[in-house]
Design a protein around this ligand. Structure first.
Ligand SMILES: Nc1ncnc2c1ncn2[C@@H]1O[C@H](COP(=O)(O)OP(=O)(O)OP(=O)(O)O)[C@@H](O)[C@H]1O
Length: 358
């Protein structure tokens, strides 16, 4: 078993409320990612679960049992940090073996366990090297191996890929997913990188200012964001938000545009709303009836696509276009909108309005 539950975690540092009632329910065997910007309280949440941070309030349950007052060792959780924290004078083998030696395992059991985890992580050829003889990615793998060899109740990972270069990060994302599948353990992983969250997680909790904004699958938080903030934080390029109101069967923009009102919008007439459009749900290339008039503001070629910023009145709409789309700032364009995929938020509360049917 390896369930981790946090209920109402509260922690202040002076006048900073780092955790303001954090609830997490991490199922056994899941790859659960806590995603949030810097300062959201991710590390504090992990440290609280590990027993390294004294809480002002709330409780931690491990496998259904109240572990709030347990020592870190009694919780049987393994932490992996962004710094590798390897013993510099020891070989990779000895680093990986150290948790088992501390448990007084026999030399043959240790050798078998290290060999197994080294094979899983493809680091057999590194076992005789010391940290100074390894690259950052190799050290991170050894650090992971040292955590994995223990077979703890769950793994807590604090942005373990942050210090790796982009290519290695991409590789390690795939590797971590594979390792998780092979091991079947519970991974609780915190990051500020939405790509890591969306690509590896089976559950994502989005954290801001010490509060969970939304919990769901990666598809839930991307396609059905609970509020305007989650919609803006998850997704690149950023979702475009246009001020508008419902008027009868139309959505009328503050910048003078008017679109048919999607059936599922529940807002009463006149209430200030925001129309959220993801860059892939709008187009400058297709012709359609449902369109906003604007002019090209900037083009950002990104290799596999070009992001076109279109100015609609004084608001910007980001459009994901084909890689070789042409245009010049100032060109008049029509932005076709897929309203079935649009998002509508209450401009006051920021909450998503009913998106029935999606
Ligand atoms: N020991 C501490 N003393 C004072 N303030 C702290 C301490 N630890 C954390 N904080 C504050 O608590 C808030 C949450 O910090 P935390 O490290 O949990 O955020 P985070 O989401 O992990 O950020 P990052 O992505 O930058 O690591 C921040 O405002 C931080 O400055």
């Amino acid at each position: 078993m390896g369930t981790v539950e946090a209920h109402g975690l509260r922690k202040a540092f002076g006048d900073v409320q780092a955790l303001d009632g954090v609830d997490l329910d991490v199922p056994d065997g899941s790859f659960f990612v806590v995603l949030g910007p810097s300062g959201a309280g991710k590390t504090t949440t992990l440290r609280a679960i590990a027993g390294l941070e004294k809480l002002d309030g709330g409780s931690v349950h491990l496998d259904g049992r109240d572990a709030t007052d347990d020592t870190p060792a009694a919780r049987d959780l393994a932490m992996v940090f962004q710094s590798y924290a390897l013993y510099p004078r020891q070989t990779a083998y000895d680093n990986i073996a150290s948790p088992l030696r501390a448990r007084k395992a026999s030399a043959s059991d240790i050798a078998a366990a290290v060999e197994q985890v080294a094979t899983l992580l493809h680091i057999e050829r590194l076992l005789k090297r010391r940290p100074a003889q390894m690259s950052g990615g190799e050290m991170q793998r050894v650090a992971l191996a040292r955590a994995l060899v223990r077979r703890p109740r769950a793994f807590l990972m604090d942005e373990p890929l942050t210090n790796l270069d982009l290519k290695l990060r991409v590789e390690m994302r795939t590797e971590l997913t594979r390792i998780h599948r092979a091991l079947g353990g519970t991974f609780l992983y915190v990051t500020n990188d939405q790509v890591e969250a969306l690509s590896m997680a089976d559950h994502v909790a989005v954290l801001k200012d010490g509060r969970v904004q939304q919990v769901g699958t990666p598809a839930d938080v991307y396609e059905r964001p609970a509020n305007q903030w989650v919609a803006g934080f998850v997704g690149s390029p950023r979702i475009s938000l246009l001020a508008c109101r419902a008027e009868g069967d139309r959505l009328v923009g503050a910048q003078g545009w008017s679109l048919p009102r999607p059936r599922w919008t529940t807002a009463e007439d006149g209430r200030p709303l925001l129309l959220g459009l993801r860059a892939e749900d709008v187009s400058v290339e297709r012709r359609g009836d449902v369109a906003l008039a604007g002019e090209v503001y900037a083009l950002e070629p990104l290799g596999d696509r070009t992001v076109v910023d279109v100015k609609v009145g004084s608001e910007l709409v980001k459009v994901k276009a084909r890689p070789h789309v042409t245009g010049t700032p100032g060109d008049r364009v029509s932005v076709t909108v897929d309203l079935d995929r649009a998002h509508i938020f209450d401009a006051g509360t920021g909450l998503a309005l009913s998106t029935a049917g999606r």
